[in-house]
Design a protein around this ligand. Structure first.
Ligand SMILES: Cc1cc2nc3c(=O)[nH]c(=O)nc-3n(C[C@H](O)[C@H](O)[C@H](O)COP(=O)(O)OP(=O)(O)OC[C@H]3O[C@@H](n4cnc5c(N)ncnc54)[C@H](O)[C@@H]3O)c2cc1C
Length: 348
C-alpha cells in the first residue's frame, strides 16, 4: 500500500477547489481498503472516502486525515432469467459503465449517461436524471461495514433510497465503504422516456428509439447545459447541480404560488417534478436575481445552467461558499424557501 502525504485534492475534484489531504491512499482491491482503514485507525486519523470527486466541495484547509480513493475496477456479468446482473467495482467510471451496458443493449441506466464520477458514488445520493434513478436497477451494494468490521452485501431495500438520499448520506453516513455495486438490467428492454425533452426529441419516430439513441440524446442535452465534464470549459467546472429541488408541503406550495402571483409570475410545472411535489430550484434561483453567468469573485453561476455553481478559474472554496450563501439568502428572501445544497462539504 502506497501512502502519499500532503496531496492536493482540488485536481481530484470536478469543482477544483480546496486544500491538500494529510494522507492519501489509492485502494485497488478490498484488501487495500482494509489495510488503509487499519492505517487510519492506528493513527487515529479521520477517514474520507473519495470516488470521482464530482459531488464535492473541499475546504481550503483540506482534509486533516486520510483520504481513501477507491479505484476497484472490473465489471462481472451474469445472466439470470430474462435479466443480466452487472456487478461493477466501485472505482469503475460511471459513464464508461453506462456506455458498456447500452453497448450490450441492456436497459435501465441509459438516461444516466454522462454523469461524472464512479460506480461507488452512485448509491450514495441515489444518482438520478431525466426520470431515472440508480435505485430502480441496484440489486445490492457490497460494502465494508466499519461499525461491524466486516464486508456485507446490502440488498436494495436496506439502502433506504429516496430522492438524492440513501442510508449512505443520511442515517449511516461514514459507516460503509462501498466496494462493488450490482445492477440488474434488461436485455433488449425499451428505453425510459419520462422526461419531456426526451419525449419531444423522439416524438416523430414510429417506434421507440434505441437505447443508443437515447444515450446520445441525453449526452446532447447535458452538453448544452454544461452537465458533462469538458476539460478547459469553465461552465463545466462544477459539482453538478448545487441545490436540490425543494420538496414542499401543501401549505408551503400554496404560499409559493401566492408569492409568485403577487409578482405576476406562475410557478412552472414539470410532470417529473410535480409527481413528487418538487419545485424547480433553478427557477427559484433565476427568479431571485441570479441569472446564468452571475459571478462573485472567482465563483459564479454557469452560463449554461442556473443550478451549477462554477469555479471560473482559481476560485477558493470560501468563494464558492460565499456565493452559495448569497443565493440561499436571496431565494429565502424572495420565496421563503431555504435551498439545500446537494454536494458534500469536506473538511469544513
Ligand atoms: C457536471 C456534473 C453533472 C452532474 N450531474 C448529476 C446528475 O444528473 N444527477 C446526479 O444525481 N448527480 C449528478 N452530479 C453529481 C455527481 O456526479 C454524482 O453525485 C456522482 O455519483 C458522485 O460520484 P463520485 O464518485 O464523483 O463521488 P465523490 O464526489 O467522490 O463523493 C461523493 C460522496 O460519496 C461518497 N463516496 C464516493 N465513493 C464512495 C464509496 N466507494 N464508498 C462510500 N462512499 C463513497 C463520498 O465520501 C462523498 O460523501 C453531477 C456532477 C457534475 C460535476
Amino acid at each position: 500500500m502506497k501512502i502519499q502525504e500532503n496531496v492536493a485534492l482540488a485536481p481530484l475534484t470536478t469543482l477544483q477547489v480546496g486544500g491538500p489531504a494529510r494522507f492519501l491512499v489509492e485502494a485497488a482491491s478490498e484488501d487495500d481498503v482494509r489495510e488503509a482503514v487499519r492505517f487510519a485507525q492506528a493513527k487515529d486519523l479521520p477517514l474520507f472516502v473519495l470516488g470521482g470527486g464530482s459531488n464535492l466541495v473541499v475546504a481550503d484547509s483540506g482534509w486533516p486525515g486520510l483520504v481513501l480513493r477507491i479505484s476497484i475496477l472490473g465489471v462481472k456479468q451474469q445472466e439470470e432469467g430474462g435479466s443480466i446482473l452487472f456487478d461493477a467495482g466501485a472505482g469503475v467510471d460511471w459513464d464508461a459503465f453506462v456506455a458498456q451496458a447500452v453497448g450490450k443493449n441492456c436497459a435501465g441506466i441509459e438516461c444516466l449517461s454522462g454523469i461524472p464520477g464512479s460506480v461507488g458514488g452512485t448509491p450514495v445520493q441515489n444518482v438520478g436524471a431525466y426520470g431515472q434513478e440508480v435505485s430502480e436497477t441496484i440489486e445490492s451494494v457490497r460494502a465494508l461495514d466499519l461499525k461491524a468490521d466486516r464486508i456485507v452485501d446490502l440488498p436494495e431495500q436496506a439502502c433506504g433510497f429516496r430522492y438524492r438520499t440513501s442510508i449512505f448520506n443520511t442515517t449511516e453516513r461514514g459507516r460503509y465503504i462501498i466496494l462493488r455495486v450490482a445492477y440488474r438490467l434488461r436485455p433488449g428492454g425499451t428505453p425510459s422516456l419520462k422526461y419531456a425533452d426526451l419525449q419531444k426529441k423522439f416524438g416523430e419516430l414510429a417506434g421507440p428509439p434505441s437505447l443508443a439513441q437515447v444515450r446520445d440524446a441525453v449526452l446532447e442535452i447535458r452538453r448544452s447545459k454544461g452537465m458533462v465534464i469538458v476539460p478547459g470549459d469553465a461552465d463545466c467546472r462544477s459539482a453538478g447541480s448545487f441545490f436540490k429541488n425543494p420538496v414542499l408541503g401543501e401549505a408551503e406550495f400554496r404560499d409559493l404560488v401566492g408569492r409568485a402571483r403577487s409578482k405576476g409570475l406562475s410557478i412552472p410545472s414539470y410532470p417529473a417534478l410535480d409527481a413528487q411535489r418538487k419545485v424547480s430550484a433553478a427557477w427559484l434561483v433565476e427568479h431571485s436575481g441570479f441569472a446564468k453567468g452571475f459571478t462573485l469573485g472567482a465563483a459564479g453561476i454557469s452560463r449554461k445552467h442556473a443550478l451549477a455553481l462554477i469555479n471560473t478559474g482559481g476560485a477558493s472554496a470560501a468563494e464558492i461558499v460565499r456565493l452559495k450563501e448569497k443565493i440561499q439568502r436571496g431565494v429565502q428572501e424572495a420565496w421563503g424557501i431555504l435551498l439545500e445544497p446537494e454536494p458534500v462539504f469536506v473538511g469544513f
